[in-house]
Design a binder for this molecule. Structure first.
Ligand SMILES: Cc1cc2nc3c(=O)[nH]c(=O)nc-3n(C[C@H](O)[C@H](O)[C@H](O)COP(=O)(O)OP(=O)(O)OC[C@H]3O[C@@H](n4cnc5c(N)ncnc54)[C@H](O)[C@@H]3O)c2cc1C
Length: 463
């Protein structure tokens, strides 16, 4: 049987290769380290963790990444097995001994009879005779391969930096303060004229907000990242540094909007949030890409009226990050529409984080193996964490045509990606009505319980 070729032996590539081999299909991993390095990796080990050693929360009842851990374990994930084997104490999080973990993954793959590990860069598009390829080269994909991919996707569809604006759970926005309206009530393509959530600031609130931005702690770029600013995607704190009024002429301009709750008073500035996913559960803060430290972001953005209780599905950031405009380029089985022999996995598809990258690697590996074996593998339903994540990558995100950074930005798994659930208990065991955090916890528990049921049924589906 012809092998599946996996390019990149990081989190996604290692998991993808394991899944292919476990399905009985030969696989070759092409990893360029140590022949050629990246700016962040330091070893030649497979699945090297380039920064923190945490897989984040392991709580599979009330945390979305914990639920993803659970699903991956059920699906025989190598990354989770070695993470568990090399766990170090970290409270409710799963943190790992990075060297032991990477060595464990490498040894397991080296020992597998169907796995070959070839060290060397794939410097351009893979050879035409490779009919099934998983590209899992990550945020620091080598330049030569990135150029090859660009030749298939076009300039605008492969980004080299992300520019992430914070994303808020809709149900945490105070709609007694905020209101729905598009600027000048313009409907635009596919719009209704009331597509944005608007949060109004008076003069004092605006001045206090600018002061907070100027004083806040920022994350620095790494030396090798350079400073990728272009005018369409300046971080808000850089705009604030350019002048106290700059934001009011940029992403916070108050024109063309009337506060539904207070129509006679003109807002001094307005923050707009735009629907981010087809489910309508997530909204991104338009034009609010930022390098502020995470703690500062939550604190400062909650100063905005309407967002005082905001729960963030993800916070903003700007990083060196090679990734595709996947909703446009990939089919639902993660294949490049323009060249279906190439399937993508990991962070290059627009997910973010070690666990998410490995999860998409897991799915890509299973899909590649099923294809090689002539079997039809149904996709995991969007009510599972794995299904919700892949759905975000291949279809759940709503593309917008606004100026500025590309609208599809990398995403961690979070409950906002799951379809809403009906019938969550509203009364607690004490007979009292559930409120606030207790209600939110009941909802999360219902979502993870549903995800587990659906995942078990999916696993039972013959591939
Ligand atoms: C500086 C930095 C810090 C980060 N910190 C964190 C963090 O703290 N927590 C977190 O969850 N995520 C973090 N991330 C994101 C993290 O990199 C990803 O979540 C994860 O490693 C992505 O997995 P991947 O398999 O897609 O890519 P990677 O793990 O990067 O694996 C890609 C592999 O492909 C190889 N490769 C690249 N090009 C070629 C080629 N042409 N031929 C052959 N091999 C090639 C690389 O050497 C690498 O081994 C960070 C990323 C960076 C850049």
């Amino acid at each position: 049987m012809e092998p599946v070729h996996v390019i990149g032996g990081g989190l996604a590539g290692s998991e993808a290769a394991w899944q292919v081999a476990e399905a009985g299909v030969p696989v070759v991993i092409h990893e360029m380290r140590p022949v050629r390095g990246t700016d962040a990796h330091q070893t030649e080990g497979l699945a090297e963790l380039v920064c923190s050693n945490s897989f984040r929360s392991d709580d599979a009842e009330s945390n979305a990444v914990g639920q993803l851990h659970w699903e991956m374990r059920r699906l025989g994930s190598l990354i989770m097995a070695k993470g568990d084997a090399h766990q170090v104490p970290a409270g409710g999080a799963l943190a790992v001994d990075r060297d032991g973990f990477s060595q464990g993954v490498t040894a397991a793959l080296e020992a597998h009879p169907l796995v070959t590990i070839a060290r060397g860069e794939i410097a351009g598009l893979p050879p035409a005779e490779w009919d099934s390829v998983v590209v899992a080269t990550g945020p620091l994909t080598s330049a030569a391969l990135a150029q090859g991919i660009l030749s298939l996707t076009g300039e605008s569809s492969l980004a080299f930096f992300d520019a992430i604006a914070p994303i808020v759970h809709f149900d945490s926005v105070d709609m007694e303060t905020a209101w729905f309206q598009s600027r000048y009530d313009k409907a635009g393509p596919g719009g209704s004229g009331a597509d944005y959530i608007n949060c109004p600031l008076d003069r004092d609130q605006y001045e206090a907000f600018v002061d907070a931005l100027l004083a806040a702690e920022k994350t620095e770029f790494k030396e090798w990242e350079g400073t990728p600013y272009f005018d369409g995607c300046l971080p808000i704190e850089v705009m604030a540094e350019r002048g106290r009024e700059t934001l009011r002429w940029g992403p916070m301009k108050p024109v063309g909007l009337t506060n539904r709750h207070n129509p006679t008073v003109k807002a001094h500035a307005v923050v707009q949030l735009r629907q981010d996913n087809a489910l309508g559960t997530l909204f991104n803060m338009t034009g609010f890409q930022t390098k502020l430290k995470y703690g500062e972001q939550s604190r400062i953005f909650r100063m905005i009226p309407g967002l005082q209780n905001a729960e963030f599905a993800r916070l903003g950031g700007i990083h060196r990050n090679t990734y595709l405009n996947s909703p446009k380029l990939l089919d639902e089985r993660l294949r490049l529409k323009a060249a279906p022999r190439l399937r993508f996995a990991g962070q290059i598809t627009g997910c973010e984080g070690y666990v998410e990258s490995a999860a998409i690697g897991l799915l890509a590996g299973r899909l590649a193996a099923a294809e090689r074996l002539g079997r039809e593998l149904p996709l995991p339903p969007a009510t599972t964490a794995l299904g919700a994540l892949v759905n975000h990558i291949t279809g759940g995100h709503i593309e917008t045509i606004d100026e500025g950074p590309r609208s599809f930005q990398p995403m961690n798994i979070n409950f906002g990606l799951f379809p809403p659930i009906e019938g969550v208990a509203t009364i607690g065991p004490d007979g009292k009505r559930l409120k606030g955090p207790a209600r939110s916890l009941a909802r999360k528990q219902a979502l993870t319980a549903r995800a587990k049921r659906v995942m078990e049924a999916w696993i039972g589906t013959p591939a």
